[in-house]
Write a protein that binds this ligand. Structure first.
Ligand code: GTP
Length: 264
């Protein structure tokens, strides 16, 4: 991706923040927090919800996949289970994504950021053709950064931590976009342990040595691979509930957007 984004016409485009995370990591709460933060600063964002199955959205979306497709109807019509219903709904929505881009473009001059919430089942977005199409089309027009939300209290075990990092790594290499690891729920557990494991390989090996499961020998080998991955990341700790760390998050977005302009 070396070309200048096609539709910039020399104007500075608002960054897209693509929120991705495992089910229950706090994506929706985090979206609500950053949305409220931008409104409070009088720099409102443009908000897109791509989760067809979210029940109650605690913020107003400018574009909501649920206005276009009803995933329960899709399940019935195509005789699918819940995940198939969500995936098919996203596919149907993606066929109209050019219209979404037109709507965003009309507002791009007057918004600070474009916030995008993705389906709760992470793989529906990260490993589907429609997820790739949506990501690529956004990234060809706007400086796009991935915010990968992590449930910090649930990732304190070395093997779980490593699995989560490998997943994040696969998304980084698939999208090749600037990447921010957002350690959420730091009001419950601080993310310091994670920063330590990511910066001091021996500390992680030490933690892993207490893990006697079969998984740990695999993790031992994999952790060497991740060293290179860590060097490409930005890391922030936040609490979507208290708002702690949100300024750090936006500083990381600014840096990532500069990186995008330089490298893409
Ligand atoms: P799905 O879309 O269902 O996968 O969930 P999600 O990733 O959007 O997570 P959601 O925002 O629904 O949050 C999941 C749970 O974590 C809820 O009970 C939230 O209240 C809680 N939660 C989210 N962020 C925080 C946080 O910063 N601190 C604490 N203590 N709880 C949080």
């Amino acid at each position: 991706p070396t070309e200048t984004p096609a539709s910039t016409n020399g104007k500075k485009q608002p960054p897209v923040i693509l929120c991705i995370g495992m089910a229950g990591s706090g994506k929706t709460t985090f979206m609500q927090r950053i949305n409220a933060h931008l409104h409070a600063k009088k720099t409102p964002p443009y908000v897109v919800n791509l989760d067809p199955a979210v029940g109650n959205l605690p913020f107003t979306a400018n574009i909501d996949v649920r206005d276009t497709v009803n995933y329960k109807e899709v399940m019935k019509q195509y005789n699918l289970g819940p995940n198939g219903g969500i995936l098919t709904s996203l596919n149907l929505f993606t066929t109209k994504f050019d219209q979404v881009l037109d709507l965003i473009a009309k507002r791009a001059d007057s918004v600070s950021h474009i916030l995008v919430d993705t389906p709760g089942q992470i793989e529906i977005f990260t490993w589907s053709a429609s997820g790739s199409i949506i990501t690529d089309t956004l990234a060809s027009t706007y400086p796009t950064v991935i915010a990968y939300i992590i449930d910090t209290p649930r990732t304190t075990a070395p093997a779980t931590f490593m699995s989560n990092m490998l997943y994040a790594c696969s998304i980084l290499y698939k999208t090749k976009l600037p990447f921010i690891l957002v350690f959420n729920k730091t009001d419950v557990v601080s993310h310091e342990f994670a920063v330590e494991w990511m910066t001091d390989f021996e500390k992680f090996q030490e933690a892993l040595s207490h893990d006697t499961t079969y998984m740990s020998s695999l993790m031992n080998s994999m952790s060497l691979v991740l060293d290179e991955f860590y060097s490409h990341l930005k890391v922030v700790g936040v609490s979507a509930v208290t708002g702690n760390g949100v300024e750090d998050f936006f500083a990381a977005v600014d840096e990532a957007a500069v990186e995008y302009e330089r490298d893409y």
